[in-house]
Ligand binder design. Structure first.
Ligand SMILES: [Zn+2]
Ligand SMILES: [Zn+2]
Length: 324
């Protein structure tokens, strides 16, 4: 006899499989991306392998966001697709310009030509070298991020990233280019001083890109103990909270090690991270407006405050005239 589809065991089995998938998705997506890049690198096509893997990961996240969303409300358009894309492209361009400029003045060569006899353990297997480089780079990334939240002159640029009203794979690269420069300025000296060689840094770049796009995706997943090693989407959703007791936490880009050490780690297992995210300040809706506003932040905020006051006044005027 065929088991009835309404069998009491069916929902239980389905729930078990669903929960298992919740826990497996992040490791599968991250691990799969790393393996694909490793395969391409072994074949001698590291750059191509990274680009194709990143594209494949983005497409997979796009589909999974439709099938297994974490927040249904984040499916709706926030009207920021063009600014999101423009910031992503400008950030990529800024990094390229920085690399070309560094090459022109010989800085990149001097970093790339670090003698292997320095403090860097070049004799270690590649895996352990990459782990060490991730920890070293993370120190710079952590402080670049933390200072952007705690020092107003830098917050105004980082506010562009936090002004997003929803998280999805597409707004991973929504950073003001000044914010991106600042992260590079903080991170490169850390790894350069340690003497991490070029191939190791290529891996750090690839892993940062994979974890970056994963932290922003709007997909239902669970992370368990991974929350104590990696910056997961679960932790990053708290980081985008408007409540600064939650938002000024979880600064790690790839790892949470420095958050744990400097006591800025935050996770609350009893609650869901907030679905309403963003900033309390005003932010222009257009790409060029977002590029310009941080440069005259206080004046822009004052203008917007005045505008809101006038609008409230206009709204209350007809009611006031109807009053007896
Ligand atoms: Zn932030
Ligand atoms: Zn973010």
């Amino acid at each position: 006899m065929q088991p009835s589809p309404r069998s009491p065991t069916t929902p239980g089995v389905r729930r078990f499989l669903d929960t298992t998938l919740d826990y497996l998705l992040w490791p599968l997506l991250f691990g799969g991306s790393v393996l694909l890049m490793a395969y391409g690198t072994a074949l001698g096509h590291g750059t191509l392998a990274f680009n194709l893997t990143y594209l494949l990961l983005a497409l997979t996240l796009c589909v999974l966001e439709r099938v297994r969303p974490h927040e249904e409300d984040w499916h709706h358009s926030d009207g920021q697709e063009i600014p999101d894309l423009a910031h992503t492209l400008l950030t990529k361009l800024s990094v390229q310009v920085l690399i070309i400029s560094a090459t022109a003045i010989g800085l990149a060569k001097s970093i790339g030509d670090q003698p292997s006899g320095g403090i860097w353990p070049s004799h270690w297997p590649m895996f352990f070298q990459v782990v060490l480089a991730l920890v070293v780079a993370e120190f710079g990334l952590y402080w670049a991020h933390r200072v952007a939240h705690e020092w107003m002159p830098l917050w105004r640029f980082h506010a562009v990233h936090h002004s997003a009203k929803k998280l999805w794979f597409f707004n991973t690269g929504r950073f003001h280019f000044v914010d991106t420069f600042k992260s590079i300025v903080f991170t490169v000296p850390c790894t350069a001083l340690a003497g991490a060689p070029g191939p190791v840094m290529v891996w750090v770049g690839g892993i940062t890109a994979f974890i970056g796009i994963l932290t922003h995706c709007n997909i239902r997943m669970r992370f368990g103990w991974l929350n104590y090693i990696f910056n997961t989407p679960g932790l990053h959703r708290w980081h985008h909270s408007m409540d600064l007791r939650e938002g000024n936490k979880n600064y790690g880009e790839n790892l949470v090690l420095w958050d744990l050490i400097f006591r800025t780690y935050f996770n609350d297992h009893a609650r869901r991270p907030p679905s309403e995210i963003g900033i309390r300040e005003a932010m222009p809706h257009t790409f060029f407006g977002q590029l310009a506003a941080p440069f005259y932040w206080k004046r822009y905020q004052a203008e917007q405050k005045e505008l809101r006051k006038q609008m409230r006044k206009q709204k209350s005027t007809p009611e006031a005239s109807q009053a007896p």
